[in-house]
Every structure is written in C-alpha cells, then in structure tokens.
Design a protein around this ligand. Structure first.
Ligand code: SF4
Ligand code: SF4
Length: 228
C-alpha cells in the first residue's frame, strides 16, 4: 500500500535564504535581454531557454518558476513594489475569459512575427526580445497602479505552466482554516486559498492560481496550508 507523502511546510528562513536571493539573481536577466539584446539580438534566445526551463519545472512543481525564478516576476516583486500604489487587483484579471483572450492575442502575435522572421537567427532573437519588452512594459504599467505582480494573474507563460501542471504540487487547505483571509492579503496575485477549504477533507488551490511562493503558508495563523 502506498504511503501518503508528508505535507511540505516552508519557513521564513527558507524565504530569506532561498527565494529572495534567487529572485534578485534572476531579475538580472531582464536588463541583460532588454538592453544587451539591442546590441546582440541573439541574446533574445535566452527567452526560449527560460520557456524550456519553466516547462520542465512545471511538470514537477507547477508554477514554482513564477514564484521563485521568473525574471519579470522577480523584478516586479522586489523592485516595482517599492514604487507601486498597490491598489487591489480588479476581478477581470482573475477571469478565465480575460486570461485566455490575452493568451490567444499574445501567442498569435508571436507566431506571426516568428513566421515573418523565419530563417534569420538575429531576427528571431529580436522577436523574443521584443515580445518580452512588450509584456514587461504592460506589466510595469499595470503594476505601478495595481499590486506589482498583477501581470502574473494573466501572464501567458504562467497560464502555460498552470494548464500543464493541473495536479502537480498543489497548495492544500486543511479543515483547520478559519477563513480569516490573511493568506489573500499576502498573496502577490491576491489568490484566496481559504476559499478552497472543503467541509470534509483538504481543499486544493488550482495550479494556475498559485505561484508556489509560500507567502500564505508562512503567514497562515492556523498552519492550515501546505504543499503536497
Ligand atoms: S490565512 Fe490560513 S486560516 Fe486564514 S483564511 Fe488563509 S488558510 Fe484560512
Ligand atoms: S496562494 Fe499562497 S503560495 Fe500561491 S501565490 Fe498566493 S501566496 Fe503564493
């Protein structure tokens, strides 16, 4: 008979010694691609490498890449947050139709541009770079007014990870949750884990709605959250 794996808890020390440094390090890739890519367009292929990396990670850890390694997300969380107005995220950013509409638009644009650049490595690298600049520009504009990681609620790359990891490393909500909403306050994308509490047995937060950052796990007063 297979034994159930113990729930995974994270400590504040783990946040300070691991997540913050990894985000600060990865955020350096943003200026490297945006500025460096101007002089050497092939640097744009870094984006392709990151896509391969997050698809591998997603198969084991869901949107862990978003919470711990994404250069854009890291920049928004660690730097943009210093000047953001932190207004609440509008409900439309949490709606499926908006997420998938944006996904279709961004993917169509990238596919079209790759098609026109096909055969020229410099031009292809330039396409990846310019798509990154476009999404970063929109994300900064939104993040200045709303919560700094508002873009992560609809990011097409995050959506790709979410749908490819539906049952992977999910955030679990135990019955001990008292629905105090503290978890929602500390969540960078305003997900409310307590709303997934079940009357009988543990509830699970959908993969696409969680960056696996552990902020809520560390701050839940009832220790009701964990990763399975
Ligand atoms: S912080 Fe903990 S107890 Fe409060 S709503 Fe979230 S999961 Fe429930
Ligand atoms: S639900 Fe918790 S682990 Fe997931 S993104 Fe929000 S704060 Fe982070």
């Amino acid at each position: 008979m297979s034994q159930k794996k113990p729930a995974r808890k994270r400590s504040k020390a783990e946040e300070i010694c691991c997540r913050k440094p990894s985000q600060l390090l990865m955020s350096l890739l943003l200026p490297l691609v945006v500025v460096g890519g101007y002089y050497c367009p092939r640097i744009g292929f870094t984006v392709l490498g990151l896509i391969a990396l997050f698809m591998i990670i997603a198969s084991q850890r869901g949107r862990f890449y978003c919470g711990w390694l994404c250069p854009m997300g890291a920049f928004h969380e660690r730097f943009l947050s210093l000047v953001s107005l932190h207004r609440p995220i509008l409900p439309v950013f949490k709606s499926s139709w908006f997420r998938w509409l944006l996904f279709a638009l961004m993917m169509s644009l990238m596919t079209f541009r790759l098609f026109t650049a096909w055969g020229d490595p410099k031009a292809i690298g330039g396409v990846f770079r310019s798509m990154w600049i476009l999404s970063t520009g929109i994300a900064i504009g939104l993040g200045l007014y709303f919560k700094p990681r508002v873009w992560c609620t609809v990011c097409p790359m995050g959506s790709m990870q979410g749908i490819s990891s539906k049952n992977t490393y999910l955030l679990t909500v135990e019955e001990s949750c008292v629905q105090c909403k503290k978890c929602q306050k500390v969540c960078p994308i305003s997900t409310y884990p307590g709303s997934f509490k079940q009357d009988e047995g543990p509830g699970r937060v959908p993969s696409i709605e969680c960056l696996r950052c552990s902020n809520c796990v560390m701050n839940c007063p009832k220790k009701a959250l964990s990763f399975q």
